[in-house]
Design a protein around this ligand. Structure first.
Ligand code: AMP
Length: 444
């Protein structure tokens, strides 16, 4: 019997891989604009790292990690999230000698969860981690980066929800209030929450089972327990977000599932049909004690992680990504001499940056046109022996009657200018997104 993929994993085939390149390229562009640098850490780490970072009582560590002993009897874990490894690398490589580090990563994470729509055992995250500043301006910048990602993909149905977990004083008094409140309902909460009540009461609010019950809705809100300092810090974060005109909603019920968060935490939710509670695309927050807890110098930090599968689903729900994989030019050659000349033309076009394709099976004209369709070619150049004798080539626009015969030497310029004007989305005088020759751009 043939071997199949492991449960909760999936293959990214060429019919989809171009979408992944598209989103990863765009993410890299946005990170570059914000001056964040890429970091790549190992896919597995010592298990202890995740136990100490994420917390022994979290579902992630208790139920979801892929732990194994390697051949040297070391206990290692496939990374279930990106922050722990980045913090480990930050400390180990003494990156703290720089006052500020603004980092991002893109990579696979592994969680032994029940696979369902939007939830896999191997999935991909893009995340940022920012070390060295506890200024609320940093919280606002990190949130604005996440929002810029959303904007870069022109996603509309998106909500930014944020909350603060305050400082240590806040969390201690809030935990006490939660214990007092939920102890009254001990018989009504799920088995996991009973354990959380003993070990980590904040986590109760993360419960996937009881979250929507009246008991939960009436539970104490952290906003009523904030220390004066924590409250004024959170107000500043909101002021910065307001000044950047970022829309958000303060939601006192978000606590986030990991142990390391302090102060600002946030989530970005997309309205994706059929996703239910898997609607959260991005989650993040501040973790001012984590570097120190892992043996580094006391250093504030803040970050977030986007789930790329959910981001891609949200993008595809609103946009057709097919045009992202268009071949700019397909060169059809008929006859041996034309094929020889076409090889040079295709190479020249590619050197000039045009995505160019040809037929490698010496097919008939009809078959070569079929390939143009398969590759979604924007323009088709047709070269036969007679055109070659005149140093000319025919250029056709698929699905239109437009066809011209031009000198071969002009082909590159011709296709480039056609591509420019066709990418124009109806310029106004403020359009800077394309370099077309339309009236709007001439007026600038
Ligand atoms: P977390 O690290 O749990 O805060 O998750 C951050 C983001 O990663 C979530 O908002 C999801 O978009 C994504 N994510 C988490 N777990 C999974 C999973 N098992 N499968 C797919 N995406 C996930």
């Amino acid at each position: 019997m043939a071997i199949t993929k492991a449960k909760g994993t999936y293959d990214i085939l060429p019919s989809d891989s171009y979408k992944w390149s598209f989103i990863e390229d765009k993410i890299r562009q946005v990170c570059q604009i914000f001056n964040y640098e890429e970091i790549r850490t190992p896919i597995f780490e010592a298990s202890e790292l995740f136990h100490r970072t994420v917390g022994e009582t979290s579902d992630l560590v208790k139920k979801e990690t892929y732990d194994f002993k390697d051949r040297g009897d070391r206990l290692v874990t496939l990374r279930p999230e990106g922050t722990a490894g980045v913090v480990r690398a930050y400390i180990e490589n003494k990156m703290y000698t720089e006052p500020i580090n603004k980092l991002f990563y893109i990579g696979s994470m592994f969680r032994y969860e029940r696979p369902q729509k939007g939830r896999y055992r191997q999935f991909n995250q893009f995340g940022v981690e920012c070390f060295g500043s506890s200024d609320p301006i940093m919280d606002a910048e990190v949130i604005s980066l996440a929002v810029t990602i959303i904007k870069a993909f022109r996603l509309k149905g998106v909500k930014v929800r944020l909350n603060t977990l305050g400082d240590d004083t806040t969390r201690e008094s809030y935990k006490a209030a939660l214990v007092e409140y939920f102890s009254k309902y001990k018989d009504d909460i799920c088995e996991d929450c009973k354990v959380r009540l003993e070990k980590n009461p904040l986590r109760i609010l993360d419960c996937k089972v009881d979250r929507d019950t009246e008991i939960f809705k009436n539970a104490p809100k952290i906003t009523d327990y904030l220390s004066i300092e924590a409250k004024s810090r959170f107000t500043k974060v909101l002021e910065y977000l307001d000044s950047m005109q970022i829309n958000y909603e303060v939601d006192p019920m978000i606590v986030r599932g990991l142990d390391y968060y302090t102060h600002t935490i946030f989530e970005i939710e997309a309205q994706i049909e059929g996703f239910g509670s898997q609607n959260v695309m991005c989650g993040g927050g501040r973790y001012d004690h984590l570097v120190e807890n892992l043996g580094g110098p006391s250093t504030p930090g803040i970050g977030f992680a986007f789930g790329l599968e959910r981001l891609l689903t949200a993008i595809e729900a609103e946009h057709d990504l097919n045009s992202e994989m268009q071949v700019h030019l397909f060169v059809i050659a008929l006859g041996d001499k034309a094929r020889l000349a076409a090889t040079k033309i295709v190479n020249d076009m590619r050197c000039g940056g045009l995505i160019t394709e040809m037929d490698y099976l010496n097919g008939k004209l009809k078959n070569q046109f079929k390939l143009c369709e398969k590759y979604n070619a924007k323009y088709i150049a047709i070269l036969g022996d007679s055109e070659l004798e005149n140093n000319e080539i025919n250029v056709k626009t698929p699905n239109s009657t437009e066809q011209v015969t031009i000198p071969i030497d002009n082909l590159y310029q011709y296709v480039v200018s056609k591509l420019r004007s066709s990418s124009c989305q109806g310029c106004s005088s403020s359009c800077g997104d394309c370099n077309c020759d339309c009236e709007g751009n001439k007026n600038e």
